[in-house]
Design a protein around this ligand. Structure first.
Ligand SMILES: Cc1cc2nc3c(=O)[nH]c(=O)nc-3n(C[C@H](O)[C@H](O)[C@H](O)COP(=O)(O)OP(=O)(O)OC[C@H]3O[C@@H](n4cnc5c(N)ncnc54)[C@H](O)[C@@H]3O)c2cc1C
Length: 792
């Protein structure tokens, strides 16, 4: 199904020299036995939008081809049995408002009206989505295929791809049973065999197949006698989804006792086969379902389907150029093919033909994972994701499977200090330090959590004394050689600093969108340390490598090997002075400077900058010396009030300075002028930097929206992301991120407003968990607004 969507979209966007090679018949992987349900719900708004696109596409396919997808737009209901689930659905509903999706919250009585077979005992409410429905998987796949053929694509059946070998010019030799094809670009859309096909090119794609069961009933009187088709019902408590099929029902389960399939690989002769049914595994879920839908108990089971399909560790697809390979694309791990397949095909086609997708697709970018994803890590995470398919996702939640994986030497020290950990890109980091005697666990919540008072104390230490925090959360790259400065000048939109200085630097795509926000430090004339988000390593390395010249620049990803600490706060300079013989006075080492100096016995790169917005220093050493650095700093900092702090405090401190962050305020959906990053773009620099023409055009033409900062009259829940912003009864924007400023004792949100509304003092309302919360726009940062203290 996904391969057919890819060729449909490639040909639709004008690339007609396209061939799909199929091992057997169309649909002969996961597709043929799918339950065919579709829905728009996804935690990521762009994913949800692409799911909306997919669902609307089916009519287009039917019109083009005259084939039927057997569409049943019956709507869907997601039940809430707990206040937490209701909060979750309320925040989903709020998110849908600015996406133009017409979901609504409904009462138990309304549920019974729409779906009289549902027993609503214990149900508090539900979210209704009119776009939900189901289709015929085989008919739909053939509709994609026929439409693609009508636009010029070729489909070769019963022809297995045996090898994929890259040629010197970057094209691919695709060896098949029926001969060899040379392709400029290659897409792996091999579904259940994506791992095996990836291995032919020497890559591991982090996905794993899981078994999945659903069953269909014989005719049911309550269904037979209805005039209208029943809506879908998702019952998270029972981990099931239910829909009508003919005159009976279909119900499927995401059970806790789930089973990874084909751990050692998918066999090539796996055909149109089903797996052995195993009703014991879903026994508990079935019992629950019989209570929820009493009609099921009397209905006979007609068929049981147990089939495998693939998942990535977070359940979203793996799409885009595969890092480390040229001209090789992934369209794999599409677990909800009939919700996502159209969006996957469109995204990939745009990327291949136009150079970049039309929106941020990081949530399904194959580069959101890195080489820490081994097959066993992936399997553990996939299992966890399958089990959590119907779980409430809290904004402050950390998922436990396969952890810890990567740790720094300081990990053991933090464990001894009762740290609560989170992970990013496989690496553990401290969220905050739980008080002594308390279990180190943050209770998942949509509201302020038990971490609140401790984070307040950590923030206070930074603003009044000095705090210490690890810098391993940065992705770090070293660029060295005679061509390094010129290369960075071309890929970064800002100014490249002189030796000894650093500069904040946006990186833009050709269309002028933000694809990175970096700190570029010129450690020596021909040696740079460049830092950004740790989680974007594969994403950024893919971009660097794509543009790197053949000679003159040596690039190394030093994210894991160069770590250390930042120290920040009014006593940070004194602390640094105590541990080095170098002159670290403001005159010798001003704000935004970089030095190589000895700290204690360690040779360090020290940058005078801090995301806390306080006077601070980032100190980088080889990873083997991290503990020595820690000992030196803590011994010297004791009487200065030194206290370690975690990422929760850091994310609060940044609010005081209105600093944005990667993938919240800065991402490929946004541009420099929209987000205020234009002050770091060197529009007049000589270098023809990537995105320059687009950036200049934007400056000339202006923008329609602006990123703003709001003070929010929040109760016990702060804005997190995607909450709609209302003005005079209309949704006019949305929140990008938010939180609580412990320093200013205010709830803060960042978000977009139309330009004409983005004026000082503008009163708006932000919808937080269903409540309309008053908020006001302000533009002067809450802490050190003119950076006088910072520069001092
Ligand atoms: C029981 C069950 C119920 C499901 N219910 C739903 C649902 O309700 N809604 C929903 O959206 N999704 C559902 N799914 C998931 C859905 O089936 C998948 O998302 C979708 O089928 C993925 O399609 P695909 O094209 O990526 O993979 P596949 O269907 O596996 O297709 C891959 C294709 O690649 C071919 N291939 C592989 N290797 C080679 C090679 N070397 N040479 C040539 N060809 C090759 C294969 O033959 C195959 O045809 C369900 C899945 C299961 C198992």
């Amino acid at each position: 199904m996904v391969g057919c969507s890819v060729i449909y979209h490639l040909t639709k966007l004008g690339l007609t020299d396209v061939v799909l090679i199929e091992r057997s018949e169309l649909t002969s992987g996961s597709t043929w036995h799918a339950a065919g349900g579709f829905h728009t719900l996804n935690a990521d708004t762009n994913m949800a939008a692409l799911q909306g696109y997919t669902i609307r596409l089916y009519r287009e396919l039917e019109e083009i081809t005259g084939l039927s997808c057997s569409l049943h737009h019956v709507g869907g209901i997601t039940l809430a049995e707990s206040p937490e689930r209701l909060d979750f659905l309320k925040s989903a509903r709020a998110m849908h408002r600015h996406m133009g999706l017409d979901t609504e919250l409904i009462t138990p009585e309304e549920i019974r009206k729409l779906s009289p077979i549902t027993n609503t005992d214990g149900v508090l409410g539900a979210l209704y989505d009119p776009l939900d429905g189901h289709l015929d998987p085989s008919g739909t796949t053939h509709a994609y295929a026929r439409a693609a053929q009508m636009q010029g694509a070729e489909i070769v059946l019963r022809n297995r791809v045996l090898e994929t070998n890259q040629r010197a010019d970057g094209s691919w030799e695709v060896v098949t049973e029926k001969g060899t094809i040379v392709a400029e670009q290659l897409v792996n859309a091999a579904g259940l065999w994506a791992r095996e096909v990836g291995a032919m090119a020497g890559v591991y794609l982090p996905l794993h197949p899981m078994e999945h069961q659903y069953f269909a009933t014989a005719d049911i009187a309550e269904v037979v006698t209805r005039d209208e088709e029943l809506p879908h019902v998702m019952d998270p408590e029972g981990e099931s989804y239910l829909r009508q099929e003919g005159r009976g029902l279909v119900i499927g389960f995401y059970e806790q006792n789930c089973v990874p399939w084909a751990v050692d690989g998918t066999r090539w002769d796996f055909g149109h086969e089903l797996l052995d049914e195993n009703l014991d595994r879903i026994g508990d879920s079935m019992e629950f379902a019989f209570r929820r839908y009493p009609v099921l108990a009397e209905a006979g089971i007609k068929t049981i389907i147990n089939g495998p399909f693939t998942f990535a560790p977070d359940g979203n697809p793996l799409v885009g150029p595969v890092p480390g390979l040229r001209n090789y694309w992934s369209a794999c791990a599409v677990m909800a093919g009939f919700s996502q397949g159209g969006g996957v095909g469109l995204t990939l086609a745009e990327w291949m033909i136009e150079g970049e997708p039309s929106r941020d697709v990081f949530a399904m970018d194959v580069a959101r994972f890195g080489d820490y994803c081994t097959p066993s890590y992936t399997r553990l995470k996939v299992r966890e994701n399958y089990q959590r398919r119907f779980s409430v996702s809290y904004p402050n939640e950390e998922l436990p499977a396969a952890r810890p994986l990567d740790t720094t030497p300081a990990y053991a020290i933090w464990q001894g200090q009762n740290a609560v950990f989170g992970d990013m890109y496989g690496m553990e980091h401290v969220k905050y330090f739980a008080p002594a005697g308390e279990e180190p666990f943050e209770i998942p919540s949509f509201r302020r959590s038990n971490a609140f008072p401790t984070v307040a104390a950590e923030v206070d230490a930074v603003r009044t004394a000095v705090g210490l925090n690890e810098v391993h959360n940065f992705g770090k790259y070293e660029f060295a050689g005679p061509g390094a400065a010129a290369f960075l000048d071309r890929i970064m939109a800002g100014r490249i600093p002189p030796p000894g200085r650093l500069a904040l630097n946006p990186m833009l795509s050709p269309k002028g969108r933000i694809i990175g926000d970096f700190t570029v430090a010129r450690v020596e004339a021909e040696r740079f340390q460049v830092t950004a988000s740790y989680g974007a390593q594969a994403y950024h390395m893919r971009w660097f490598e794509r543009h790197l010249p053949a000679t003159g620049v040596a690039l190394e990803n030093v994210s894991k090997t160069r770590i250390g600490f930042q120290i920040a706060g009014p006593n940070a300079q004194e602390l640094l002075r105590r541990v080095t013989t170098a002159d670290v006075s403001t005159e010798a080492m001003p704000f935004l400077s970089v030095r190589q100096i000895d700290i204690g016995q360690c040779r360090a790169i020290v940058q005078r900058v801090s995301y806390t917005g306080d006077r601070g220093y980032e100190i980088y050493v080889p990873w083997q010396q991290q503990v020595a650095l820690y000992d030196v700093l803590t011994a010297a900092g004791h009487d200065l009030g030194l206290r370690p702090f975690g990422m929760r405090a850091m994310m609060s401190l940044r609010l005081d300075k209105s600093f944005g962050s990667w993938m919240r305020e800065y991402k490929p959906d946004y541009t420099p002028l929209e987000t205020g990053l234009e002050r770091f773009v060197a529009y007049d620099k000589q270098a023809e930097f990537i995105g320059k023409a687009a950036a200049l055009a934007e400056r000339q033409n202006g923008v329609a929206r602006k990123l703003c900062t709001f003070e929010v009259d929040a109760g016990d829940a702060d804005a997190v992301a995607w909450e709609p912003i209302w003005h005079r009864g209309e949704v006019v924007g949305y929140v990008t991120s938010g939180g609580y400023s412990h320093y200013a004792k205010k709830s803060i949100a960042y978000g977009f407003l139309p330009l004409e509304l983005a004026t000082e003092g503008r009163a708006v309302e932000i919808e937080i968990l269903g409540d309309m919360v008053p908020a006001r726009l302000y533009s002067r940062p809450l802490f050190d607004p003119d950076n006088e203290y910072l520069r001092g």
